[in-house]
Design a protein around this ligand. Sequence first.
Ligand SMILES: Cc1cc2nc3c(=O)[nH]c(=O)nc-3n(C[C@H](O)[C@H](O)[C@H](O)COP(=O)(O)O)c2cc1C
Length: 198
Amino acid sequence: MSNFLNLLGERHSEYVIGTNVSQTPEEIRELVQNVLQSVPSAMNSQTSRAVVFTGDSHARLWEILEATQKEVLGDMFANYQGIFDGAKAGFGTVVFFEDHDAIKAGIPANEERQTLYKEQHAAIAEYATWLALREVDLGASLQHFNIGYAQGFDKSIREEFNLPDSWEMNAQMPFGSIEHPADKKEKMDPSEQVISRD
Ligand SMILES: Cc1cc2nc3c(=O)[nH]c(=O)nc-3n(C[C@H](O)[C@H](O)[C@H](O)COP(=O)(O)O)c2cc1C
């Protein structure tokens, strides 16, 4: 199998992560910059943004998300405690945003397309980053806490970290050293998943 396909197969949702990493925060920021420079976007609109949180800002990020989710979920929060503890134990978090100003400028006059493409841009940026982290032996997972731009659910994150009002939070990707590798998940039959017509 090619190195690329091996890399795809080695990426899993890693929830048991730690701080035993060889990269500096600057190196990780550069890695994510390289990824976002390379991803495709509709009409080259380049609507995706990312912030790499490490150190105190990583801790503060998860403090805010946890406080909100405790309030929102009440007793149900217990089901997510493991995810939060796991994320906090990591080295950092890449938080992905879609810039509404760039969406309006780059995908003009079609609200349906704007909505469709911004989600696709975010997904492409997130998956490519997930793979790039895995390639340098960092494990990550994908989380969606405090999502909801129209409702203002992500406003506290923008305010706390002085981010532009036009940035809609799309997902959080906590990452770090892989301390206990995830089990491989069961996959459906590939012959039902991908078919061909000659
Ligand atoms: C669009 C999308 C949303 C996801 N949301 C979450 C999430 O909120 N929390 C989480 O722990 N995992 C989330 N995941 C991860 C999936 O649960 C995971 O990728 C899937 O079960 C396959 O496992 P693997 O990542 O180990 O291959 C999400 C994945 C995708 C693609």
